[in-house]
Design a protein around this ligand. Structure first.
Ligand SMILES: CC(C)(COP(=O)(O)OP(=O)(O)OC[C@H]1O[C@@H](n2cnc3c(N)ncnc32)[C@H](O)[C@@H]1OP(=O)(O)O)[C@@H](O)C(=O)NCCC(=O)NCCS
Length: 191
């Protein structure tokens, strides 16, 4: 229970505690961004450059993290991204992002990319990825964000998997010992 008197006793602690107790629906962080692949976005084969797509993915997921936290956010990490299909010049690229789960100051964002051939109308799922953003204050220090409420089955599945993905990320970043990754270990124990 948060008491208003705490605001006067310790304003910094009050704001941190209030933010971490707040909850927001995952759907509130939904962002859709549409881009047209122009000549300046392509490689010498006239296909979209991977770096340009990563740039768009970074932007759409930053907006999503910002919507969830109402804070300035920075990219902390990008999980492995693979490009399944080449996206030709003139395609319409649709990027959808949504926060899957928030921890303390960090949020995992799921991004789905589809490409539509403007002439035929054919749509291809190009790729998907997970980005992690951290909300920071004006001095760049991490600050707590609201927790996520998952409603649909897909949101619940993404929410459940987020802890395992976080543990894997932390191990790869040498921020966690493999022995402490209980969620990940449980996966292997079940096999
Ligand atoms: C991201 C950043 C704010 C983390 O700062 P820090 O001093 O490591 O802070 P902490 O150790 O308290 O970690 C803060 C959060 O970041 C998360 N984090 C840190 N490194 C991470 C990584 N490699 N992958 C995923 N999450 C990470 C932590 O798990 C923690 O999450 P939590 O608060 O939800 O538990 C800091 O590293 C930074 O400013 N990096 C540069 C960001 C940037 O410029 N991005 C654009 C790059 S081009």
């Amino acid at each position: 229970m948060i008491k208003p008197i705490e605001l006067f006793q310790n304003p910094v602690k009050f704001v941190k505690k209030t933010m971490s107790k707040r909850k927001k629906y995952a759907r509130e962080s939904q962002v859709t961004m549409t881009e047209l692949v122009l000549p300046n976005d392509t490689n010498t084969l006239n296909n979209l450059m991977g770096g340009r797509l990563m740039h768009w993915m970074d932007i759409v997921s930053a907006i999503s993290a910002q919507k969830h936290s109402n804070r300035v956010v920075v990219t902390a990490s990008v999980d492995n991204v693979s490009f399944r299909h080449a996206i030709p010049l003139g395609s319409v690229v649709c990027l959808k992002a949504q926060v899957t789960r928030a921890f303390n100051s960090s949020m995992e964002i799921y991004i789905e990319v589809t490409a539509e051939n403007a002439a035929s109308g054919e749509k291809l799922e190009s790729n998907h990825a997970f980005f992690t953003f951290v909300a920071v204050d004006q001095l760049g220090r991490p600050i707590d964000v609201p927790q996520v409420i998952a409603e649909t089955k897909k949101e619940k599945d993404l929410y459940a998997g987020a802890l395992r993905r976080r543990q894997l990320r932390m191990i790869l970043a040498k921020r966690m010992q493999p022995n402490d990754a209980t969620e990940l270990k449980a996966l292997f124990d079940d096999i």
